[in-house]
Design a protein around this ligand. Structure first.
Ligand SMILES: [Zn+2]
Length: 577
């Protein structure tokens, strides 16, 4: 079995794409299984509503990004991507929305919470995550291929959402979590606490679509949903802190982090500084629910996490870093190189051992197992992400079900890190994240965490800036020519966290800096269910935690790694944020 270099983002993305295509149902045209029970014996995948617009859209988005970044893995299931895309398209109605098929397994979740009077057999469109995932998938496919089919469907989806959104003096809203064939059954805001933010989920891809294509209705939709949700949400205290949740929706961290990301993106695109400030302040408070190494809870106060939250937080940090303050890149790097990477399952052997050690569950499969599969579930998840890890372990018995949203989110975040590691402008390259990456202008080799060393080969003459690990202010550079002859040595002093030097065409700078060691204590959860660990750091890499996890321990990181060897992009990079 091949081994993946632990800091090779491209190899990880290839493996991630393999997992995204490996848990599909051949008897249903490749419909994905979004959920699986790790504790069933053997582990069992179940169909559910999130297989539809949410899951297929997220998977199409993530697969497209992975292929741009890293090409295709030879073991990636043949034709799986087009089958997922087929599902994504088939669920769209002529008015543009993504609907749930009228099947028992696709029944709405949270009916008592999110619907006024559910009746068995009603056809519904999940108005939040299904539309969000599909719009993200369509936008990414359009940007990657230029194929107008995707753009038309994306525009129709936006039009469909605008057509059913209710007007309010303070923006636009969806009164229920599901839209029905006969229309809304309740037309008032406030059906349950948190529904305003939950239903604002499509803001993120709507703003992205507007920015990428100028489609004005997408901006109208995003602005209306954001204005309404910001006005109505009761989830925040005046200083931006999360109010202790009143219900399940408000406790769902991914809902909150996705909303903050959407408001931030909207504020940046519209140049509305109050939105940017609100998002920045809320993000700072959101961080206090997780850890500085990128673990964030699935629900506020829980001690198991969710990778979707880590991805949102990375994306917020990258946007803040690019547009507001470069210091936020340090968050993106810490979240990315630590919890995100450690949560990817790279070894079948380790995964098998972990799953075998989990306490078994005798809960029967839903629908007497008619929509479930028990073959090859563990094998399908090599390259996938431990969707609900705790601080020191890929698994926690509090919630050991697999959620494929996190597989897609994990791959998306790998792309984000890869894409935003280096910012290029004519005559200038800025290394914000110290990963091994290759761009048209530079080739970067990162030796962290084995050594504080970054080699930057410059393909043209110009300035190179490098962000040093937080708290490090000095570096030295040895500059060599194409034949490896030393041109000069140079002491570098950091300014606002970055050092700067000039390179001529073909020169390589070998930049060395300290990786300070430190130890920190972390505690998460709430009364009755806490988790803690002590983390040992080298620079911005968490190299070891104590106590060691029981099932699939995290952070047993090697100290003698050669740098990962990057390759150029396999396709033309697109904007993911
Ligand atoms: Zn998730």
């Amino acid at each position: 079995m091949e081994t993946v270099h632990p800091f090779d983002l491209q190899a990880r993305a290839r493996l991630g794409a393999r997992a995204l295509t490996a848990l599909l149902d051949a008897s249903r045209d490749g419909l994905m299984y979004f959920l699986a029970s790790w504790r069933a014996r053997p582990p069992r995948a179940d169909h559910c509503l999130w297989d539809c617009g949410d899951g297929t859209g997220r998977h199409v988005d993530a697969l497209t990004l992975a292929h741009i970044m890293a090409g295709r893995d030879p073991l990636e299931a043949e034709g799986a991507e087009s089958r997922l895309e087929g599902w994504m398209f088939r669920l769209l109605d002529p008015a543009g929305l993504s609907w749930l098929p009228p099947e028992p397994w696709a029944e709405p979740w949270g009916r008592d919470l999110l619907m006024a009077g559910w009746r068995e057999g009603e056809r519904v469109a999940e108005i939040n995550w299904a539309q969000r995932g599909t719009l993200q998938g369509l936008t990414t496919r359009f940007l990657a291929t230029g194929d107008e089919r995707y753009l038309r469907a994306a525009r129709r989806l936006v039009d469909g959402l605008l057509a059913v959104a209710l007007r309010h003096p303070r923006g636009l809203f969806f009164p229920e979590g599901y839209y029905r064939e006969g229309g809304w059954r309740c037309r008032q805001p406030g059906l349950c606490p948190g529904i305003d933010e939950y239903n604002a989920a499509p803001i993120v891809p709507a703003v992205r679509l507007y920015e990428a294509t100028g489609y004005e209705p997408a901006l109208r939709l995003a602005s209306g949903l954001a204005e309404f949700a910001l006005y109505h949400t009761s989830g925040y205290l005046p200083d931006g802190r999360f109010r202790w949740p009143a219900g399940e929706l408000e406790a769902h961290f991914h809902t909150r982090s996705n909303f903050i990301l959407g408001v931030l993106k909207l504020g940046l695109v519209l140049d509305r500084r109050e939105y940017v400030s609100w998002a920045r302040q809320s993000y700072e408070h959101a961080k206090t629910w997780g850890t500085e190494f990128g673990w964030f809870p699935e629900g506020l106060g829980q001690r198991h996490g969710e990778i979707c939250c880590t991805t949102d937080m990375i994306e917020i940090a990258l946007l803040l870093g690019r547009h507001v303050d470069r210091r936020y890149y340090a968050d993106a790097e810490r979240f990315g190189r630590n919890h995100l990477l450690e949560s990817q399952l790279l070894s079948l052997e380790r995964l098998r051992a972990a799953v075998a050690a989990l306490p078994p569950s005798d809960e029967p499969p839903p629908w007497q197992g008619r929509y479930s599969r028990s073959e090859g579930v563990v094998e399908s998840q090599v390259g996938g992400f431990a969707s609900r890890p705790t601080l020191n372990d890929a698994f926690h018995p509090d919630a050991a079900a697999l959620m494929q949203c996190c597989n897609a989110a994990g791959v998306r975040a790998l792309y984000d890190l890869w894409r935003h590691a280096v910012e290029e402008a004519p005559g200038r390259a800025i290394v914000h994240l110290r990963f091994s990456v290759e761009t048209p202008g530079v080739r970067v080799l990162s030796y962290e965490p084995s050594e504080g060393r970054l080699d930057v080969l410059s393909r043209g003459a110009g300035e190179v800036e490098i962000r040093l690990p937080q708290g490090v202010g000095e570096a030295v550079a040895l500059v060599r020519d194409e034949r490896g002859h030393l041109v000069r040595g140079q002491a570098l002093t950091g300014e606002a966290g970055y050092v700067r030097l000039r390179l001529e065409e073909g020169q390589t700078a070998e930049v060395r800096y300290p990786l300070p060691a430190r130890t920190a204590h972390y505690e998460v959860g709430a009364e009755g269910g806490r988790a803690w660990c002590v983390g040992h750091w080298r620079g911005e890499t968490l190299v070891r935690v104590e106590p060691e996890g029981s099932f699939h321990p995290l952070y047993g990181r090697a100290s003698d790694l050669e740098p990962a060897q990057p390759t150029p992009a396999w396709g033309k990079p697109i904007e993911s944020l």
